[in-house]
Design a protein around this ligand. Structure first.
Ligand code: MN
Length: 404
């Protein structure tokens, strides 16, 4: 399934992580100008609003909007046609004179939230993460709850507090448990969750479920996600209805959405599922994504979570979240859940890295368990591209500000 490697006339694109086989979409601003849709190529942004205005690419005006939503709603044939046309513009030197004026250095733009988030769902699909959390919170009991291997566990999050990478995160306040009952104040156990998010483009009608095999007809692409989590607030509030204020204060997403079309080389066989899953959760082919994440805490790499081994695949998650007839909307975001591998240096949360806060880690010369004010966490990822190339997914970063 390997495709031939294409070369661009744009300088510095080869081996940049953003060659013409990647072309992630985002929304950018230059100065006080209105937000514009663009694709990243190397260290440049191709202004697609300008390209559509100049009739270099045609998408019915969907590229001349302040968010990706209208483009997301077009569906896979148009996504692929636009991508093919952009590839042509960036590889055929005949287009260079027309396209070059539309390239803006990435250092000169400010990135916005790429799409208006409709509904936000967060899953819990890493067996290693779910087991670690079970061992930390329910010692002496089976690490996985009885339902875990029968359905992708998830909860509905708060779409309105999904923010773009770079947005500071104010430490949340709330009720925290203590031996003498709850106390109120700033979270003392602020954490991250390194995740991969899936962006829904094509909606589905209420009352009709979406089959796992129709995943690529509905899902446009992938963004890295940091599902910031206040473990103390979460621990006190979560029974019996699940996470609420411990997670809804902020969820960060990358500024760049990598299209599924760019990830053809990254799909790998999914893990064996035992016991066998319900019919509606069968996905053929059963495929995960070989994304290699890295968690960077104040500039220091502390973990490298592998996404390829996630127990539940994104197609299964989509089938599950619609099996009751719940509709999809353009701009829906569903995230994988914390990505953790088998080893301590592969975990996607500091809850696991510090084993519930009992085993501090050294970050920049100081001992840490959870996040301190002023800390910055950046999550990056790479994926295999064609012909031995590597794609660099858009990073998701954020700095913790003190409670106010
Ligand atoms: Mn999460």
């Amino acid at each position: 399934m390997s495709e031939h490697r294409l070369a661009s006339w744009v300088p510095g694109v080869a081996d940049s992580g953003y060659d013409v086989h990647h072309l992630p979409y985002g929304v950018f601003r230059v100065g006080d100008d209105e937000p514009r849709i663009g694709v990243r190529v190397g260290d440049l942004v191709l202004d697609l609003a300008g390209a559509e205005a100049a009739e270099l690419v045609l998408a019915g005006g969907a590229l001349r909007r302040p968010t990706l939503n209208a483009f997301l709603a077009l569906g896979r044939p148009q996504w692929t046609a636009v991508r093919d046309r952009i590839t042509e513009l960036l590889t055929d030197p005949a287009h260079r004179a027309a396209v070059e004026p539309l390239l803006v250095p990435v250092g000169e733009v400010r990135m916005e939230l790429p799409f208006e988030v409709a509904d936000y769902v967060d899953f819990y699909s890493s067996e290693h993460h779910a087991s670690n959390v079970g061992l930390i919170f329910r010692p002496g009991q089976p690490p996985l709850l009885p339902n875990w291997k029968h359905l992708p566990i998830g909860y509905h999050g708060r779409a309105g507090t999904v923010v773009v990478s770079g947005t500071p995160v104010v430490r949340p306040q709330g009720q925290r448990p203590s031996p003498d009952g709850p106390t109120f104040g700033p979270s003392a156990r602020l954490d991250i969750e390194a995740e991969v998010g899936f962006v829904v483009g094509v909606p589905s009608p209420l009352g009709r479920r979406v089959a796992a095999e129709d995943f690529a007809d509905h899902v446009f692409g992938v963004v890295l996600v940091n599902d910031w989590s206040a473990r103390d607030i979460q621990a006190w509030e979560y029974q019996p209805l699940g996470p609420f204020l411990g997670k809804s204060f902020a969820t960060s997403v990358a500024a760049w959405v990598t299209p599924l079309d760019a990830l053809r080389e990254a799909f790998v066989a999914g893990p064996t599922q035992d016991p066998p899953v319900a019919d509606y959760l069968r996905d053929e082919p059963h495929r995960g994504l070989d994304l290699r994440l890295k968690v960077i805490w104040n500039g220091q790499a502390v973990s490298e979570p592998p996404f390829a081994g996630m127990y539940w695949t994104p197609a299964q998650q989509l089938a599950h979240l619609t099996v009751n007839g719940a509709s999809l909307r353009t701009g829906d975001l569903y995230a994988s859940g914390t990505v953790s591998g088998a080893r301590r240096d592969q975990v996607g949360s500091f809850l696991e890295l510090s084993w519930g806060g009992t085993e501090p880690v050294t970050v920049g010369g100081t001992e840490r368990t959870f996040l301190a004010d002023g800390d910055t966490v950046t999550i990056t990822a790479t994926a295999p591209g064609p012909d031995g190339t590597t794609l660099t997914l858009g990073e998701v970063t954020g700095t913790v500000l003190p409670s106010n």
